[in-house]
Design a protein around this ligand. Structure first.
Ligand SMILES: Cc1cc2nc3c(=O)[nH]c(=O)nc-3n(C[C@H](O)[C@H](O)[C@H](O)COP(=O)(O)OP(=O)(O)OC[C@H]3O[C@@H](n4cnc5c(N)ncnc54)[C@H](O)[C@@H]3O)c2cc1C
Length: 330
């Protein structure tokens, strides 16, 4: 089939227990830009069980068309039923572009789909644009984050990419557009279902999603001991902030991995980001430099973190945070 016959910018909409995940709304915002540049339409792929009523929300966030597969087989995420559903939809509609969130679900589904479809997949993109030749330019960090590589999928369709939460911006909801909702039946091959979900058990002390936090206080190696973490925790309580960390601190086992900011952690975009005792390695900056306001505290005035900071404080972070906390409470 000719490349030009593939149409539409498609977003796989991730939902968990019927709740649409923010990353998918962010992708819809980007899909809108790309579709406008191609003079094409945005399609949301909505799959789940008793999920059709969520279609309107996707239209409000930028979809022209919602392709909805509503079936009991699609209740909780399982690799095979979801792969079969999206594969069927892609074969019916022949999208030019297909985007997924770089979440645990997107990272499981994306590669399986790309293999089944015989096309490429660029993971963890930080920038997506349309070239003059109308190809999708997919940019992502390469060689440990030391350079950015722009990848083009010239020979195959759809052009597939995953994007992490927090990288793109979602559009404000607008309830005026009238989109189209298409219901689609999936001809499941149930003999291929090899995994059955018996029950889901929520981890105790529920995981924190730092990518949703408004204020983050991030602990670096310069504060990575019991005293430093206690000072950070105290300030976090005062500011109603979440605590995150650099990889050095996560690798030392002091903070769990789901709170790591950076290339191999999460991308965050809070209103206020404190980088405390963090040098500002490129892999850390990749995850936080889009924050609205960055406060860096470091005793080394040449630390690279100061290059991205809106406010830089040179000094001992322990003393500075203690004083700040006292003032805020005083
Ligand atoms: C492929 C790859 C992926 C990576 N992914 C990530 C990632 O996702 N996230 C990430 O963070 N890193 C990542 N890294 C690691 C990254 O390169 C750095 O090693 C790491 O970010 C350093 O963490 P840090 O800034 O806390 O520690 P350091 O670089 O050791 O910096 C500590 C800083 O604390 C300051 N300091 C010390 N004491 C005090 C004090 N009392 N008061 C104030 N300041 C003080 C020092 O001046 C120094 O600047 C990755 C590396 C690779 C190769």
């Amino acid at each position: 089939m000719e490349k030009s016959a593939y149409k539409g910018v498609f977003v796989f909409v991730e939902q968990r227990k019927g709740i649409i995940q923010n990353v998918s709304l962010e992708l819809m915002g980007k899909a809108r830009d790309l579709a406008d540049a191609l003079n094409d339409k945005v399609y949301a792929i909505l799959v789940g069980n008793k999920i059709t009523d969520k279609a309107q929300m996707l239209i409000a966030h930028g979809a022209d068309v919602v392709v909805c597969a509503d079936a009991p087989e699609l209740d909780d995420y399982l690799t095979e039923p979801y792969t079969q559903a999206i594969y069927h939809i892609v074969n019916e509609y022949k999208p030019s572009i297909l985007m997924l969130g770089a979440t645990t679900i997107g990272r499981d589904l994306g590669p399986r789909l790309s293999a089944r479809l015989g096309t490429g997949l660029t993971a963890d993109c930080t920038k997506l644009e349309i070239s003059e030749e109308k190809e999708l330019l997919m940019t992502r960090p390469a060689f440990g984050g030391n350079l950015m590589a722009t990848i083009v999928c010239k020979e195959h369709r759809p052009q597939m990419s995953t994007v992490r939460a927090g990288v793109m911006r979602k559009l404000p909801a607008d309830n005026s557009p009238k989109g189209e909702v298409i219901k689609i039946e999936i001809p499941f091959k149930k003999d291929k279902f090899r995994v059955k979900l018996l029950k889901s058990v929520k981890e105790k002390g529920a995981m924190v999603d730092i990518s949703e936090a408004k204020i983050l206080i991030s602990c670096g190696r310069g504060m990575a001991n019991d005293e430093g973490l206690k000072i950070i925790d105290d300030l976090a309580k005062t500011l109603k902030a979440q605590v995150s960390a650099s990889r050095a601190v996560v690798d030392a086992g002091l903070v769990p991995h789901d709170r790591q900011v950076g290339q191999t952690g999460k991308t965050v975009r809070p209103d206020l980001y404190f980088a405390v005792g963090i040098s500002g390695a490129i892999q850390h900056l990749a995850g936080m430099e889009e924050s609205d306001f960055i406060v860096a505290i470091n005793r080394d005035k040449t630390a690279p973190i100061f290059q991205v900071a809106d406010l830089g404080i040179v000094g001992d972070a322990k003393q500075i945070l203690k004083q700040l906390n006292e003032r805020l409470n005083g």
